[in-house]
Write a protein that binds this ligand. Structure first.
Ligand SMILES: [Zn+2]
Length: 321
């Protein structure tokens, strides 16, 4: 049997056939294009059907189709509540899909799906709790507790990017100030790097970017730090502090078995990011005297986590892979 996972992004749809071991065996990509939102169900169903046909899989071999949306969903009612970048509002996607293919349909939030994917593929199959923190344009978080996604009463739980770590701090898209993602996302790191360059015309980061602030990337400060640049070193240390503050908040509330860090920034050398973050978090959290602690690790699935997690929405939690 297979499960199909579809990752609905702002500009693309990515679908994957996922086998019983939780591995992607085939994928399909398409630009997100439709004349009206009412066509969404049809577009998704057609994509899933084509994925089976192109790979010689009988539709009867597909146990479920799961979809990850960039926003909150009500999986029980099969409704997408709201999405970022796509104007879906209270859209009954499952019902619309069923007009074309009557297969069990599950809906999830994309960050939650990615967390579920990481959870299923975590090396220790006995864990019950994992939080995935993805450092990107914002900070996406998904919380798995007792083997299930924590959705909250309205599908909006697990928005850890919007916990405030600096009262009255930087304004955020959510309307508050001082949210964690304004300090510890990849975009925030890029901004902090640019500010450090502007304050230090002698920084080697100017050479690295050809004098163009638009060429600053998440890794710029990390690379410059290795060349002995003191401004870059300050940026990295400050960034690690911000990241650790939010993670310590998460640990204090949930004490999860695992926190996995994803997104491009998490690929920095362990000595530069993972190890110092682990040490700072352990130093700050409640329960440091305990003999068991939250493990902070790098996420393993990368861009595939969304498809795998969406596909796994349709699995019972006993069916670990
Ligand atoms: Zn916010």
């Amino acid at each position: 049997m297979y499960n199909i996972g579809i990752d609905i992004g702002g500009t693309n749809l990515k679908a994957g056939l996922v086998d019983e071991q939780g591995r992607i065996t085939a994928t399909k990509k398409a630009p997100l294009r439709f004349a009206s939102m009412e066509q969404m169900g049809e577009v998704l169903a057609r994509m899933a059907i084509e994925l089976t046909e192109e790979n010689g899989v009988d539709r009867a071999q597909v146990a479920s189709v799961g979809m990850g949306f960039p926003g909150p969903v009500d999986d029980r009612r099969g409704v997408v509540i709201k999405t970022v970048n796509i104007p879906l509002r209270f859209m009954p996607v499952a019902e619309m899909f069923h007009r074309h293919w009557d297969v069990p349909v599950r809906l999830g939030n994309d960050a939650d799906c990615a967390a579920l994917g990481e959870y299923y593929h975590y090396e220790d199959k006995n864990i019950e709790s994992l939080i995935l923190v993805t450092l990107g344009t914002g900070i996406g978080t998904g919380i798995i507790l007792n083997g299930r996604i924590l959705t909250g009463v309205n599908g909006c739980a697990g928005e850890g990017g919007h916990i405030v770590i600096v009262h009255g701090g930087e304004p955020c898209t959510c309307g508050r100030r001082g949210c964690w993602e304004r300090y510890a996302s990849a975009s925030a790191l890029i901004q902090q790097t640019r500010a450090a360059m502007e304050a230090d015309r002698a920084s080697c980061m100017w050479d690295m970017t050809g004098g163009d602030l638009n060429k600053v990337e998440g890794y710029t400060a990390f690379e410059a730090m290795h060349q002995g640049d003191t401004s870059a070193k300050r940026v990295v240390h400050q960034y690690v502090e911000y990241l650790a503050e939010g993670l310590a908040n998460y640990v204090n509330i949930f004490q999860p078995e695992v926190i996995a860090l994803g997104g491009g920034v998490s690929n920095a050398h362990d000595e530069d990011l993972l190890y110092p973050v682990q040490a700072l978090v352990l130093d700050r959290v409640f329960g440091k005297e305990a003999d068991v602690h939250t493990k902070i690790v790098k996420a393993r699935l990368g861009n595939d986590a969304g498809i795998i997690g969406a596909a796994l929405l349709g699995r019972s939690r006993q069916a670990r892979v």
